[in-house]
Design a protein around this ligand. Structure first.
Ligand code: ATP
Length: 289
């Protein structure tokens, strides 16, 4: 069984405060995008669980989120086994949710491969144990408004067509480190991400671009000035907005068309970063069982 696991971007990310469980309360609009990993699942002898990956930066042991997701399900089905090959295309520790997406795809795929018959709600409880972004990747919607840890989700209708230029500077950023550096409370103000969500709902992408601010950006830019440089480079005519995704360091430019995005991508080429052009993820949701 061969499955694709899309990356995500955060259109807007507002941090409201630290929670007693150590996580932060936030608001964000998640959008799945066309940059994706591929996972291949092959049935194996009972009790077998192997993960291998073509990216040496990704561990293949119990710390891999794919392994963790499979182990959770195998606990319920010890008579099942699987070999999993992970073809990594989503850059690691980039703010694009690659590991979380791989984990959600593993839950969906093994539920089918092993004929476990679990409902989406059952899989959601496993997803929540694996990480705050995993439930979003389990949901069939391309876009969702997330609050709480990011796992309280309201699906949003598919956006009108747009394109993105992604720029990933050659630095890796730990999400945990970014949140540790955040000085709270942030300046009191309204919630720009709910305003952005409302423009997203009305299909006004120019206004979405104007409101895509990310509260985590300041911490990342202070440590990695190349992120600010990438943002400056992306601010080109016709671009609706430029912001960082998640905890970075990837930044994106929201563009009205693939043609414009390709021009912007050509103009920002640099040895300091890698550039992709992509679109919102447009595919039928993975069947649940
Ligand atoms: P998050 O914002 O959820 O931390 P991210 O997109 O910034 O996600 P990931 O690419 O998911 O970052 O990787 C974060 C860490 O998780 C890396 O240090 C990596 O070693 C580890 N990891 C575990 N499993 C995976 C996986 N399947 N793919 C990528 N990284 C993984």
């Amino acid at each position: 069984m061969r499955c694709r696991a899309p990356a995500k971007i955060n259109l807007g990310l507002t941090v409201h405060g630290r929670r007693p469980d150590g996580y932060h309360d936030l608001s964000t609009v998640f959008v799945k995008i066309s940059l994706a990993d591929t996972l291949v699942f092959t049935p194996a002898a009972p009790g077998t669980l192997n993960v291998c990956c073509d990216d040496p930066a990704v561990p293949c042991d119990e710390s891999n989120l794919v392994y963790k997701a499979a182990a959770l399900l195998q606990r319920q089905a010890p008579h099942c086994g699987v070999h999993i090959v992970l073809h990594k295309r989503i850059p690691v520790a980039a703010g694009l949710g690659g590991g979380s997406s791989d984990a959600a795809t593993t839950l969906l795929a093994l539920n089918r491969l092993w004929r476990l018959g679990l409902a989406r709600e059952d899989l959601l409880s496993y997803a929540a144990q694996l990480g705050a972004d995993v439930p979003f990747f389990l949901a069939p919607a391309v876009a969702a408004f997330g609050c709480g840890r990011g796992d309280e989700l309201t699906p949003l209708p598919d956006p009108p067509p747009f394109a993105l230029v992604l720029v990933k500077p050659h630095v890796a950023v730990s999400t945990a480190w970014v949140y540790q550096q955040l000085r709270l409370p942030l300046t009191a103000r309204g919630n720009p991400t709910t305003i952005l969500r409302d423009f997203f709902l009305s299909g006004n992408l120019a206004a979405v671009g104007a409101w895509c601010t990310n509260d985590l950006e300041e911490v990342v830019v202070r440590q990695f000035p190349v992120v600010a440089e990438a943002k400056r480079a992306l601010r080109q005519p016709g671009v609706y907005g430029v912001s960082m995704s998640g905890s970075g360091p990837t930044v994106y430019a929201l563009c009205p068309s693939v043609a414009r995005a390709r021009q912007v991508a050509a103009a920002v080429r640099s040895a300091q970063w890698t550039v992709w052009v992509c679109r919102p993820w447009r595919t039928r949701p993975t069947p649940i069982a």
